[in-house]
Each structure stands twice: as structure tokens, then as C-alpha cells.
Design a protein around this ligand. Structure first.
Ligand code: APR
Length: 308
């Protein structure tokens, strides 16, 4: 039987996630939103692409959580996107209310699902979903690292004029301006980046990566990124449903790993059928560890404001 995915929020990110999951035939999809007509219209439009694209997955738009019942995986995208001049953190309180109320419904109707949280500020919203759902930590995953790493890899590939597929990189920490790209684990077809690029150039790429979301917001003016975020979600869903044991940077609930306790922070995770099957601990330089702790402290500040 085909898997079932619910996408909460039928806006830019949610609808594009549904589109990518359908194209990859990963699951039947329920698209749910508070707005009436939007999820139904987008769901039907996607369903009607099936004969052309050649997929048989079912896609349904709804406003009723009963339709989401028994989902294997739920992608949380409901909330408000960033506008120019707004930091992800300005979104905190508004999106907290949205995530809290929707996760209560999700957990009630799909008590065994794996949750992938996309709503920003990401780490604090993942923590909200974890606390409100009461799910075990391996079933609550924040999507940030795959996206941030994709931006990092894009910029490096562009600078060196090599295939994006050759770039391996890690971006750790919170999904915000304090994120931590890790140069010591960045390679081009196995070659350490330091051999191919001067430090100053890499530093510029790291700075651009940390502000990668804001760069798109400033260009779009009316919202935030959705093509790359939805591609990141689709990669994570594929890793889980196909039990690929793929090592991807995700926001995970840490209980002492990297010296951090009781917080969602981006770290390398093994994703498989159970969700986060392992948090992989890598050696960091003193500078990288300090940057990770600073990033965790920024997440902690937000979490304390909303009290989760
Ligand atoms: N229940 C269900 N849906 C809701 C609720 C709610 N309580 N509140 C808002 N929504 C819906 C909105 O109606 C809208 O359709 O969430 C959707 C958000 O869509 P967009 O405004 O297009 O925002 P999007 O670009 O998709 O970003 C969503 O993902 O990347 C993050 O920072 C981004 O937090 C933001 C989220």
C-alpha cells in the first residue's frame, strides 16, 4: 500500500512539497490549510497533472483534519513567511500559535506519524512540535540543514565551476544567521576545499550561506523561498520511506550530543524508516564547536520566550 503524507499549509512551500512528492510518486498526499478552497483547488490541480506526468498518487485538499487520519508522515509548513526586514525570529510568536494548534490536531489524527517541521523559526518550531505532540524524539525532525547545505554547495560549485554533485558539505547549528557551515568537512569529489579555494573566498560563501534565506526574501519581497526548501523536504521523505539510512543535516532534539541538552539544533543525522535513526557525532575544531554553542544559545533564547 502506498504511504500517506499530510502537508499542513497549502501556501508556497506546502503546495510545492506536494508537487515534488507527487512527481516522485512517494505517497498519497493530503494538503490541508485554514483557508477554504485553496488546498482543494491546488490539490485538484495537482491531481489533474497525474495523467500528463504519469503518476497515480491520490492528492486531496481539505480543511478537515479527519482527512489526514493515519498519515505516515506529516510536513508542517503552516505559518507566516518572512517579509523584507523581518528576521526569522520576528515570526516566533505568530508561528508558535499556528504550529501549536495544528500539531495538536495532527498528533490526534496521526499518532504514529513522523513529523518534518519547516515553519520558521525552524528550531524553535521543531521544539514546539516535539513538546506539543509528545512524540518520541526520533519522529520529530526539523528541515534546515539540507536546505542550508544545498545553498552552500550551490555557491561553491558556481565559484569552482564544477558539478554540484561533487560538493559535499555540512552546515550545522540553528537555521538562522548563526548557522555553522563546517569548512573542515567540505570536499569537492573528496578533495578538501582548502586545497581548491582561498580561505577569504570560502568565508564569503559561508557568510552568503548564513544569509541565504534573507537573500531570497529581499528579491521576492512578498515571501520567502520555496523551491529549494521543498526539494529538501522531498529528499528527506525519500530517505525515510525508502529506508535509505542517508546521512543528512537535520534539526534534531539533542540530549547531550555536542555538549547540548534539551534543544533542537542542526546536526548530521541518519534518516531511515524510523525517522532519525542516529545522531552522528563528528569532531569539530574549537572554533566550530564555539560557533555551534553560540548557535544553540540563540535557539535557546527563542525557546525560552515561547516556553517550550
Ligand atoms: N492552519 C493551517 N494552515 C495555516 C494556518 C493554520 N492555523 N495558519 C496559516 N496557515 C497557512 C496559510 O493559510 C498559508 O496558506 O499556511 C500557509 C503558508 O503559506 P505561505 O504564506 O505561502 O508561506 P510559505 O512560503 O509556504 O512558508 C511557510 O515555511 O519556510 C517556512 O518561513 C516559512 O514559516 C514559513 C513557512
Amino acid at each position: 500500500m502506498r504511504k500517506k503524507v499530510t502537508v499542513v499549509g497549502a501556501g508556497n512551500v506546502g503546495a510545492t512539497v506536494a508537487h515534488r512528492l507527487a512527481d516522485k510518486q512517494l505517497a498519497d498526499i493530503v494538503l490541508i490549510d485554514i483557508l477554504e478552497g485553496i488546498p482543494q483547488g491546488k490539490g485538484l490541480d495537482l491531481l489533474e497533472s497525474g495523467p500528463i506526468e504519469g503518476y497515480d498518487v491520490k492528492i486531496k485538499g481539505t480543511n478537515d483534519y479527519k482527512d489526514t487520519a493515519g498519515s505516515d508522515l506529516v510536513v508542517m509548513t503552516a505559518g507566516f513567511p518572512r517579509k523584507p526586514g523581518m528576521s526569522r525570529d520576528d515570526l516566533l510568536k505568530a508561528n508558535f500559535d499556528v504550529v501549536k494548534s495544528t500539531i495538536e490536531q495532527v498528533a490526534k489524527h496521526s499518532p504514529d506519524c513522523i513529523l518534518i517541521v519547516v515553519t520558521n523559526p525552524l528550531d524553535a518550531m521543531a521544539q514546539t512540535a516535539f513538546k506539543v505532540s509528545g512524540f518520541p524524539k526520533h519522529r520529530v525532525i526539523g528541515m534546515a540543514g539540507v536546505l542550508d547545505t544545498a545553498r552552500y554547495r550551490t555557491f561553491i560549485a558556481e565559484a569552482l565551476n564544477v558539478s554540484v554533485k561533487d560538493i559535499q558539505g555540512l552546515v550545522l547549528g540553528g537555521h538562522g544567521d548563526t548557522m555553522v557551515p563546517v569548512p573542515s568537512y567540505t570536499t569537492v569529489a573528496g578533495i578538501p576545499i582548502a586545497q581548491l579555494m582561498p580561505k577569504e573566498q570560502l568565508d564569503k560563501i559561508i557568510a552568503r550561506t548564513a544569509k541565504g534565506g534573507g537573500e531570497i526574501v529581499n528579491l521576492l519581497k512578498t515571501g520567502s523561498a520555496y523551491y529549494a526548501p521543498s526539494a529538501a523536504v522531498a529528499e528527506m521523505v525519500d530517505a525515510i520511506f525508502n529506508d535509505r539510512k542517508k546521512v543528512l543535516p537535520c534539526a534534531a532534539y539533542l540530549e547531550g550530543e555536542y555538549g547540548i541538552r534539551g534543544l533542537f539544533v542542526g546536526v548530521p543525522c541518519k534518516l531511515g524508516a524510523r525517522g532519525i535513526e542516529e545522531i552522528i557525532q563528528i569532531k569539530l575544531t574549537a572554533e566550530e564547536q564555539a560557533a555551534l554553542e553560540k548557535s544553540a544559545a540563540a535557539v535557546k533564547e527563542l525557546v525560552e520566550i515561547i516556553g517550550v
